[in-house]
Design a protein around this ligand. Structure first.
Ligand SMILES: *Cc1c(COP(=O)(O)O)cnc(C)c1O
Length: 392
């Protein structure tokens, strides 16, 4: 992200906010000389995220992508398996499926932008069958092993429906909550539960553009204590004996450093404040732009959910607004925006994968612009984005 832009009028899309105790905690790590993967702050940060998310254990790792890779391995997904996954998402949600030798089957989204539970159910009922040993995709003959949902832009995917499907069909349920730390149910069957903690295993990201950042980093949580332990083991070179350097499977160096954890501890202290800020600016955009000039500000699921409202979506309802022309016009006025991701089933390495119920994903891909949403975006700068949009 371009937070080093010298132009003071420039409004970035999403930049980190280090207004808390970041310098203090990082200095402590430097002074202690524990800057690498040892040191007390990694454990402290794991414990803090576990407490925040209401989980018994959290496993720190060096990115959200590695967290998802560990999640798939912990879930036992492997060569020849298929995983139902969204097409409207960042590619890092899907690549780990390939890392373990499995293949994604792409499912479209609903109006939350998250993978549609209805389409997932329809795919399972019309295209798959239960046989001894699991669920099989009739067209490919492959075993369907898991559902991987992504809580897009901080919106909660329809977890009661996904949990019921996973249960009915005997599938693992994996949550990519990389964008959704802090999103939680406030009522319903999962009242009090955070995004990432409802399925079998979930992953968070602390990349620079996420709601809190460690520069780069991630965290895995699981409702199976043995899966979390296995993920920790895999992330630390699968070392079975510290002194003799015995390794009992193929491991990875996916560890977080003490420096990253120091940043994370300071960031987590501010998370609830960041979420309040995200809500205030979203409301400002919503009030000023929704229904005006051919614009809609997409809603987050509000019914029984407290979303972290990580990324804001302007939907171009009026065909006279061309997405890329608008992005260029905003850029010329020092406002950084972006389109939603190119759909994964259209990416170079996924063109041959099965893809199902794509209409809404294609439409949202064509018509969404993400608006500036930093947790230090001022009311004045937000107003400038609004005024600029209303004049286009
Ligand atoms: C950011 C992100 C990831 C990957 O997280 P990193 O920490 O950047 O590796 C995965 N999935 C989605 C949906 C993301 O937005």
């Amino acid at each position: 992200m371009a937070n080093s832009n010298n132009n003071e009028h420039f409004i970035p899309l999403s930049v980190p906010n280090f207004a808390g105790r970041e310098k203090e905690y990082v200095s402590e790590a430097v002074v202690s000389e524990w800057v690498s993967t040892g040191g007390s702050k990694v454990t402290e940060f794991e414990n803090a995220v576990a407490a925040y998310t209401g989980m018994p254990r959290a496993v720190a790792c060096n990115s959200g992508t590695s967290g998802l890779h560990l999640a798939l391995m912990a879930a036992g997904i492997g060569r020849g398996d298929e995983v139902l996954a969204p097409t409207l998402t960042f590619i890092a949600a899907v690549n780990p499926i390939r890392y373990v030798g499995a293949e994604p089957v792409f499912i479209g989204c609903d109006d939350s932008l998250c993978m549609s539970p209805a389409a997932t159910q329809e795919f399972l009922r019309t295209r798959c069958e239960k046989r001894p040993g699991g669920v099989y995709n009739r067209a490919s003959g492959a075993r369907v092993a898991a559902i991987l949902v992504v809580h897009v832009f901080g919106n909660m995917a329809g977890m009661p429906a996904f949990a019921a499907l996973a249960n009915e069909w005997g599938l693992a349920l994996i949550e990519d909550a990389t964008e959704a730390l802090g999103t939680k149910y406030t009522s319903g069957p999962f009242a009090g539960k955070m995004a990432g903690t409802i399925g079998d295993v979930g992953a968070y990201s602390f990349n620079g553009n996420k709601i809190i950042t460690t520069g780069a980093g991630g965290m895995l949580v699981s409702n199976h204590p043995d899966w979390a332990e296995h993920a920790k083991h895999l992330s630390t070179q699968a070392k079975a004996d510290e002194l003799q350097f015995l390794h009992d499977e193929i491991g990875y160096n996916y560890r977080m450093t003490n420096l990253q954890a120091a940043l994370g501890l300071a960031q987590l202290e501010q998370l609830e404040g960041f979420i309040a800020h995200k809500h205030a600016r979203w409301q400002q955009y919503k009030t000023a732009l929704d229904g005006k000039n051919g614009y809609r500000i997409l809603d987050f699921q509000e019914d029984g959910v407290r979303s972290n409202k990580w990324f804001y979506s302007l939907y171009l309802e009026d065909p006279r607004h061309d997405r890329d022309t608008m992005i260029a016009a905003l850029k010329a006025r020092d406002i950084q925006t972006r389109p939603v991701w190119a759909l994964i089933h259209e990416q170079a390495d996924y063109g041959k994968n099965e893809a199902y119920a794509l209409e809404k994903a294609l439409d949202y891909r064509a018509r969404i612009i993400n608006l500036p949403c930093s947790t230090n975006l001022s009311e004045e700068d937000c107003q400038r984005v609004i005024d600029t949009l209303l004049a286009l």
